[in-house]
Design a protein around this ligand. Structure first.
Ligand SMILES: [Zn+2]
Length: 304
């Protein structure tokens, strides 16, 4: 185990190999795929076992993040997918969990070149958001201030009222079952985007007009996740749709050998696939798009 400075508490310690995105989401994707395997858009030719991991945290911080992660899994993620209720009351753990995801995704993008072209004031805001999230996670701040977290629960969709938007034919599969991350930036906004199955978490770094977003803000102490009107800029749905399209394009870049392997996996597991969550997502796309849902050589993300 390597020795180094923990990214969260700054203490020199032996560092744990921890998941950037929660392992339970990857486990769920695998178990509900009908074939026992998942692939990602970024490397469609490879089955994903476990998701990315990094030596970032000491054992104490690892267990600190693990606690709210566990509460999210048991208190919201699984009950929501199972449809156990239409209303979920959350505690302080939800904000802690959302901040931990935004912080982890930001760490990951900092390692790459994604943030290199930020002008000094935009870079300063990123640094400020990071400092604030870190201080909140270790209990030095009572809330993340302007660097809010929003949580949007998604389900399959049957139709859209805005016909000007041409939906990607895998939109249900994307909304219901993808794991995805990004840093979104425009002239007026900048946020961390993390999609964990049915849930999208947005960690705001900057927003000129916060009133464009309502209904999804995660509160400090408690709140409810329930069917309600979520208001967000229409560009956001276009963005999500473009993410679905990108995913479909990447998956259709599968090699013939991998496409054949996928076909085999489904033939072998057909009984497990029928009735699985992946099957339901597929059926929703089929209902909306008919045969066009199958123009992708393999269904997005999942193996079919
Ligand atoms: Zn630590």
């Amino acid at each position: 185990m390597p020795h180094g400075q923990c990214r969260l508490c700054d203490v020199e310690s032996s560092l744990q190999l921890s998941h950037v995105l929660p392992a339970f989401v990857i486990r769920w994707l695998r178990e509900s795929s009908g074939t026992g395997h998942i692939r990602t858009g970024t490397s469609p030719n490879r089955r994903v076992q476990d998701g990315p991991k990094r030596y970032w945290l000491c054992a104490l911080c690892e267990s600190l993040l693990g606690r709210s992660e566990d509460q999210f899994a048991k208190g919201l993620f699984y009950p929501y997918i199972k449809g156990e209720s239409s209303q979920f009351v959350y505690g302080e753990w939800l904000l802690h969990f959302c901040v931990s995801i935004s912080w982890r995704v930001l760490q990951r993008y900092k390692e790459g070149a994604a943030l290199k072209d930020y002008e000094p004031d935009a870079a300063a805001r990123i640094a400020e958001a990071e400092r604030t999230w870190k201080a909140f996670l270790v209990g030095q701040l009572p809330h993340p201030g302007p660097f809010q977290q929003h949580l949007i629960p998604f389900d399959g969709i049957e139709a859209v009222s805005n016909q000007s938007e041409i939906l990607s034919p895998n939109i249900n599969r994307y909304l219901m079952r993808t794991m995805d991350t990004d840093i979104v930036r425009s002239r007026t906004t900048n946020f961390v985007y993390a999609k964990l199955g049915r849930f999208v978490i947005l960690g705001f770094i900057h927003e000129d007009r916060p009133s464009r977003w309502s209904g999804a803000k995660v509160h400090v102490r408690t709140g409810r996740i329930e069917p309600r009107r979520y208001t967000m800029p229409k560009e956001f749905f276009s963005y999500v749709n473009s993410k679905a399209r990108r995913e479909a394009e990447l998956i259709s870049g599968l090699s013939p050998r991998q496409a054949e392997k996928i076909g085999e996996a489904y033939r072998e597991n057909i009984n497990a696939f029928i009735g699985s969550d992946a099957f339901i997502a597929m059926k929703n796309d089929r209902r909306m798009f008919g045969e066009a849902a199958f123009i992708l050589r393999g269904p997005a993300k999942e193996e079919l």
